[in-house]
Design a protein around this ligand. Structure first.
Ligand SMILES: [Zn+2]
Length: 147
């Protein structure tokens, strides 16, 4: 029976990553480290998500659009012509019941000189080092040595 490299317990072991080094440890010790599943360690590398930020239409689009029309002194009908859209669509945009697609919003940006498309940062873009908040096996070893 193999023995855990941390506590010496003779039991079924798993591979856990400790500051770059792999250790064979029991499941109890492994809970505090980064467990690697043996079969997957070598072959499985998750592909990073595409780093493209997502573009969205601003939340106050309806208000911005209405203010812009009022500033120009246009009726919704004239405004719709200017935007090359149906009046019924423009009415929905202004009431907030409909948001234009990003591509259309960009067209409106060009026509009106407004900024109605924003970049939305996704959580996937957060750096992975946040995971280091968890107590690692390395910390466990340091604690043991102090005793
Ligand atoms: Zn152990």
């Amino acid at each position: 029976m193999p023995a855990c490299e941390l506590c010496g317990k003779q039991t079924e072991l798993v591979t856990a990553s400790v500051e770059g080094a792999d250790l064979e440890v029991c499941s109890n010790c492994a809970r505090h480290g980064t467990i690697k599943r043996k079969a997957l360690v070598q072959s499985y590398r998750p592909k990073p998500l595409p780093q493209l930020p997502e573009e969205t239409v601003v939340k106050n689009f309806a208000i911005m659009l209405r203010l812009e029309r009022e500033k120009r002194g246009l009726t919704q009908e004239d405004f719709a012509k200017l935007l090359q859209e149906k009046e019924s669509i423009v009415t929905k945009w202004e009431s907030g019941s409909l948001l234009p697609e990003v591509a259309i919003a960009k067209k409106l940006e060009k026509i009106l000189g407004l900024s109605v498309v924003e970049i939305e940062k996704r959580e996937a873009l957060l750096p992975p080092k946040l995971r280091n908040d968890v107590l690692t096996l390395g910390d466990m070893i340091k604690v043991r040595k102090r005793k």
